[in-house]
Design a binder for this molecule. Sequence first.
Ligand SMILES: *[C@@H]1O[C@H](CO)[C@@H](O)[C@H](O)[C@H]1NC(C)=O
Ligand SMILES: *[C@@H]1O[C@H](CO)[C@@H](O)[C@H](O)[C@H]1NC(C)=O
Ligand SMILES: *[C@@H]1O[C@H](CO)[C@@H](O)[C@H](O)[C@H]1NC(C)=O
Length: 946
Amino acid sequence: MAGVLPGPKALDSYTPRTNASRLSARRLWHVVCLGVLSFVAVQILLSWDSTKATRAAIPLHAAEILDKCQLLDVKPGPPPDFNLRTQSDRFVPGTKPTLIRNATIWTGRVKGLEVLKGDILLDKGMIKEVGPIEATLLESLEDFVTIDAEGAWVSPGIVDLHSHIGVGSSPSFAGTSDGNSRHGPILPWLRALDSLNTHSEAYRLSISGGVTTSLVLPGSANAIGGQGIVIKLRAPEDRSPTGMLLENPYSINGSEYDPSLSFRWRQMKHACGENPDRVYSNTRMDTTWAFRQAYNNARQIKDAQDEYCAKAQAGEWAGLGKFPEDLQWEALVDVLRGRVKVQTHCYETVDLDDLVHITNEFQFSIAAFHHAHETYLVPDTLKSAYGHPPASALFAVHGRYKRESYRGSEFAPKILAENGLQVVMKSDHPVLDSRFLLWEAQQAHYYGLPPNLALAAVTTTPAQVMGQDHRIGSIRQGYDADIVLWDSHPLALGATPKQVWIDGIPQLERPHSHAKPAEAQHVPKVPNFDEEADKTLEFDGLPPLEAEQVKGQTVVFTNVSTVILRDAAGLHETYATTSQDGVVVVKDGAITCHGTMPSCSSFVEGTKERHVNLEGGAIMPGLTSFGTPLGLEEIGSERSTSDGFVYDPLIQSVPKIIGEEGAVVRAVDGLQFGTRDALLAYRSGVTTAITAPKSVDFLSGMGTAFSTGAAHKLEKGAVVQDVTAFHIGIHHSGQASVSTKIAALRHLLFSPSRGTLEYWLSKVRKGKVPLVIGVESADAMASLIELKRDVEAKFSRPMKVTFTGAAEAHILAKEIGEADIGVVLYPSRPFPSTWEQRRILPGPPLTETNAIQTLLAHGVTVGIGVRTADIARNARFDAAWAALETGGKLSRSEALSLASINLDELLGVKTTRSQSDLVATRGGDLLEFSKVVGVISQRRGVVDLW
Ligand SMILES: *[C@@H]1O[C@H](CO)[C@@H](O)[C@H](O)[C@H]1NC(C)=O
Ligand SMILES: *[C@@H]1O[C@H](CO)[C@@H](O)[C@H](O)[C@H]1NC(C)=O
Ligand SMILES: *[C@@H]1O[C@H](CO)[C@@H](O)[C@H](O)[C@H]1NC(C)=O
């Protein structure tokens, strides 16, 4: 009986958004049920035993109850004839068919290994045909749009398995923070759908990165935070959250299933470890008990239902009473019935182990562990979960921001895949901007995940893990018409959509995309990281990161194809060859010769020298990082690992012992060397970091520049420059208004202060020390431009001013250029997190130029930075990406300058050529997916090798 579902006839006309067809389907369903019921009734009558003392009276609502009972064991999924549909339920009438001609199609089929050359026809919200398309089919269409892909890559739309898009908004407001209820650790009855804000800027931005579908989850403040929803990101015709749902699991009028629509997968958010523990002052033991108690509750209801139905179905109605159910617990009961994809935020081994125990105790499976920073360490734990091993939904390199992410590894995707476990890359938007979810897959590929699995990790795998692989995540006939046409191979750095279709509707009105280099049309060549991955496992996630220092020995880099060096005017390509005989000879951190082996032979001492084959790689200047507390902390959210915050005289009284409001703190005094973020940055070519004291709001203090590869402060060359610039922030944050902060700055610049503050401000007024102002809003920048003018008029000396963050700087590009103010953009790919950042220039494909290019065009010196210390290591890729967005208008040297000498100049670092580190890369240059194998550090007098 459990198998009885609405007949195919009823489902043929399946169009859930029109009431009429739903009702006719329902009517048919009722006919089926009535038939079943009368059969049962006849059976009961036939077995009537008048000698029995208790005679079962059939209750009034027996039909309804039997309905319910019969559906208890039905598993979710598409209707059986889903594949026969001729029109998508999400089709928007009036959408013209689209023929994409001559595409290179990554279909997602055959484990992501299938690539077809050919055409795709989109019609009725579906993929109608892939490959050669018959003329008769085209002739049957009245009118269609033809797109000539000219051989370009096409992939399925990007699917994000973990997003909070809509349950917050961008920019964020106090009134749109709807993702985390604080009303208890167990809240399975809450629904993300009830929070979904349809007005976030993020939808448009994420679509522009190729994202078409997201699983929107409640936050992780609770052990069970509520039910997630799968949405498509395009604006629906009816403008409602409901209209965004991919497959509505609910009936419009309630939370129960509508059987005429077949069962749809539901999604449930779970979280373990620090987040729910902290919010409810729990220990892990408390949280685990909270889970068990909740599941025990659900199990009791489920058992009662099963018992009840066994009796009802046997006709034993006597004393049965009401069907046992509870609106608060029905979703959790559904988890136990295998109808819910359980998405579990879980980092650490202990938490993974706890949850696996719970799955076995209560017999339900987990769809995926999210964040899952330690899953790669315990594949067997995952494999012992109930039902099937959970997938791991990961960030590529984002980690160490909290203790439970400390052992996170960039090699996790590779290691998990080698263990036969499913890998998903996810954004946790807005933790990472989901617009760049594909970048996570590109990095996973760079660090060793095979290309087919890397692309699958943001398409087919998440579609399967969320139970939607019958319609999204692959390019197949009959699937939803969610397609991205790319300007390069999707795994190439900076891949940008030329067009994105959702339900067959083009999403980019006037897409801008620049021609990409020919090599970007192929799967990028990436280094081999097998050894690093093995070391990571050997050291339980914390492999030693220190380099081997070579001192007093000559190092000969061979097979060098490019050398870029710094001179007085900037960075210049000093040597380039297409042959394999390029060498660079180095002694004690300085280049003694570059050229060919014969020309440099006199600098090579014979047998003692060390040879390093760069396999066509390059030697280029080391990069600089700015924008994070790199060097002031090890784990962001662990205060015990951090230097802490400075006093802010604008909002609090400063203790007498440090000089009251005349105190200025120097970051150099709080430096910590050898943090994992610093060493990983170093191993990625970021040899210098500039860090300012951690500020509460307005006043920060004196920045410092240090060597990321140094072991301690007293080592030679560890501190590049003890004091670099005076840092303050003018943001809409904290207690004081923006105007108050500008008034405070005016006061500081015009009137003498006290103590060390006056010492540094006098240098700022004279232009000897830069004034570095963290500011996002163009309006605040305009006021600061005027203030600079006023100060300079009064003291008749030019000041050095730099804006950092500067999301809206492009609006004042001309004025900033005229005022001779520098700009450090961070992040380099902007996102409107806050109101004061709302007017970003998003760059291709939404706008032709990006902010970097716009500022450069007005003569502004531009640097780029990052917001979190863990991604300081990505400076090389950020610089390369910025250049790609300009379509080749920035040279390699100019791109490198953004993340090196420009930052130094803007932030007050006076390095000379001899103090600049150089970075050696194997198999490509620093701006490509090559491997950094060494640093030549003249200031430290060493060559560091890995
Ligand atoms: C497809 O596009 C490529 C690149 O522009 C071109 O070389 C090729 O001839 C095209 N093929 C067809 C069938 O149009
Ligand atoms: C929902 O309820 C309204 C008002 O009672 C009714 O008109 C509508 O048909 C119902 N919709 C469905 C899908 O049952
Ligand atoms: C130089 O590097 C290229 C590119 O990796 C490689 O093909 C070649 O074999 C190398 N030659 C030598 C002599 O090492």
